[in-house]
Design a protein around this ligand. Sequence first.
Ligand SMILES: C[S@@+](CC[C@H](N)C(=O)[O-])C[C@H]1O[C@@H](n2cnc3c(N)ncnc32)[C@H](O)[C@@H]1O
Length: 264
Amino acid sequence: MLNDQEFKNFSQIIEQYAGIHMAEGKKALVEGRLRKRLVALNLETYNDYYKIVRNDNNKTERQLFIDLLTTNETWFFREENHFNFLKKILDDRNPQQPMNIWSAACSSGQEPYSIAMLMAEERELSRPWNILGTDISNKILTSAKKGVYLKKNIKGLSKTRVRRFMLNGVRSMSEYLAIVPELKKRIDFQPYNLTSSPLPSIKYDVIFCRNVLIYFDNDTKKKVIDRLIKALKTEGYLFTGHSESLHGVYDNLKVINPSIYQRI
Ligand SMILES: C[S@@+](CC[C@H](N)C(=O)[O-])C[C@H]1O[C@@H](n2cnc3c(N)ncnc32)[C@H](O)[C@@H]1O
């Protein structure tokens, strides 16, 4: 059993390293997810595990801990109006103009691959567009890089897109689809912590930071948004999840609609 103090201890670590705020009601979730590590390490109590995770030198276990406590739900073309808006941005631009897009909490890759599919539809593959996909969880990034999905889990993808952008698995992989290599190689996947990693060296035309701000408290959310604004080009766009409207006052951000913002 995870007691209240142990829950508090784990919550402090995940908040300190990932900015994720664990509400009281998440105790059963934390207990269930961390139990796997107690079993794997043959530990008797959650406190034994806490002693390992709080050790700053044990980066491997700290990463596994973060992997377990992040929520990675995602699907292709989630919140479709953002993709319609992206299409509109592309329509208004010269196709020769380079376009850099950052999917800043990309989970298992459906978001950056959806962006890549739209880019391939609207711009040829030979055009100068690039996508960066980042996430704090190494485990989920590994599956994003693979770009292989169970056929029954491709919610959001039309048949036309499946035909154009996915390859059918054969033999033992017959239940899977894989993203075509031409698209895969357009995405650079990197580990990145929104609260603390150094800002990327280039500025972005569009940043997707969706369905991750809900896990942060207001101060962390403000800090993350201020950092992302710095990573945006002037007139670049920031997309947040539909339930993550930015109520605070942000210098330089114009509200286009409650989940689309433009740096001015
Ligand atoms: C629910 S998924 C959202 C995926 C995708 N953006 C979407 O909207 O479908 C949230 C992702 O945020 C990541 N995440 C959580 N805290 C993070 C942080 N501090 N820095 C970077 N990524 C983080 C998690 O690992 C997870 O993959």
